[in-house]
Design a protein around this ligand. Structure first.
Ligand code: 7PJ
Length: 281
């Protein structure tokens, strides 16, 4: 089996071959009062849990729990605040039958999340914090290594690349090597170009069009997060609440171009679209 067709994800092994050939849908579970995409509708534990239940009913493959809004221009939250938001959700969902991912940049949160049962650590900084690889190396959790240029507060000010696909690939190769050197098995790694994280509209489009080049270069499962992002707004002229159809189309393009995992807000619609695509592709 090719390396990019499986992912060792904590208590789970996600495989993608033969009859099981199907991209994975990662559902976004925001536990942030200031989250830009749902206005904080799921900020309490009960609401987060009912949102998770709905995603499971809708066919989600991985639940990605986030306690820090990283929308462009957002202010950072404290470690304590982030833990207060996400750790209770992890404990409550640990037996839900689906792999649980935690979207965090903090090594302290990574350790607590792993103790609480997280199966995947999704780090928008690509595990660049000096303590983050050590925090996860002893576990069985998957790592999502994402590229970001700059910091969330300022990253959209003036992003620049000579060749965005090469430079994002160089970064992902370097971080993948660092993870391997920290003793993390390749089967635990997936990569993500980080749409919207220090990228112009043109950079995002170039990456989406050339995802397969990145995938071929790194030979690891590739995750794409395009759901409701500014790029979709720019292409459709729609505000965030009306970007579902555009986001579903973007997920299909990403999968066609080599993505194995799509990170989405609209799980039911994306699962349906992928079923149709899969039957006919
Ligand atoms: C991403 C993410 C993404 C990964 C966010 C939003 C902003 N993690 N966390 N990839 N985006 N791996 O959902 O619009 O694209 S937060």
């Amino acid at each position: 089996m090719l390396l990019h067709d499986k992912l060792h994800c904590g208590r789970y092994l996600l495989t993608m071959q033969g009859d099981a050939f199907r991209p994975w849908v990662m559902g976004v579970l925001n536990v942030t009062p200031d989250s830009f995409s749902d206005g904080g509708a799921y900020s309490t534990l009960d609401l987060a849990l009912s949102h998770a239940e709905q995603m499971i009913a809708d066919g989600v493959d991985i639940i990605d729990i986030g306690g820090e809004s990283t929308r462009p221009g957002s202010a950072p939250v404290s470690v304590a605040q982030e833990m207060d938001r996400v750790i209770p959700v992890l404990y409550a969902l640990r037996d839900c039958g689906k792999p649980l991912s935690i979207d965090t940049r903090r090594p302290e949160v990574m350790r607590e999340a792993l103790a609480a049962g997280a199966d995947m650590i999704n780090d928008i900084e690509g595990f660049r914090h000096p303590a983050s690889l050590a925090a996860v190396s002893d576990s069985e959790a998957a790592l999502c290594i994402m590229h970001m240029q700059g910091e969330p507060g300022t990253m959209q000010a003036d992003p620049h690349y000579d060749d965005v696909v090469i430079e994002v690939g160089d970064f992902l190769a370097e971080r993948t090597r660092a993870a391997r050197e920290a003793g993390i098995a390749a089967q635990r790694l997936c990569i993500d170009p980080g749409f919207g994280f220090g990228k112009t509209f043109a950079h995002n489009l170039a990456l989406l069009a050339q995802l397969d080049a990145l995938q071929r270069r790194l030979q690891l499962p590739l995750l794409a997060g395009l759901s409701r992002k500014t790029m979709i707004g720019k292409l459709t002229g729609k505000p965030i609440e009306q970007r579902m159809a555009g986001s579903v189309a973007a997920a299909l393009v990403a999968v066609k171009n080599g993505a194995r995992i799509v990170r989405v807000h609209d799980v039911a619609e994306t699962v349906d679209a992928l079923k149709v695509w899969h039957a006919a592709a």
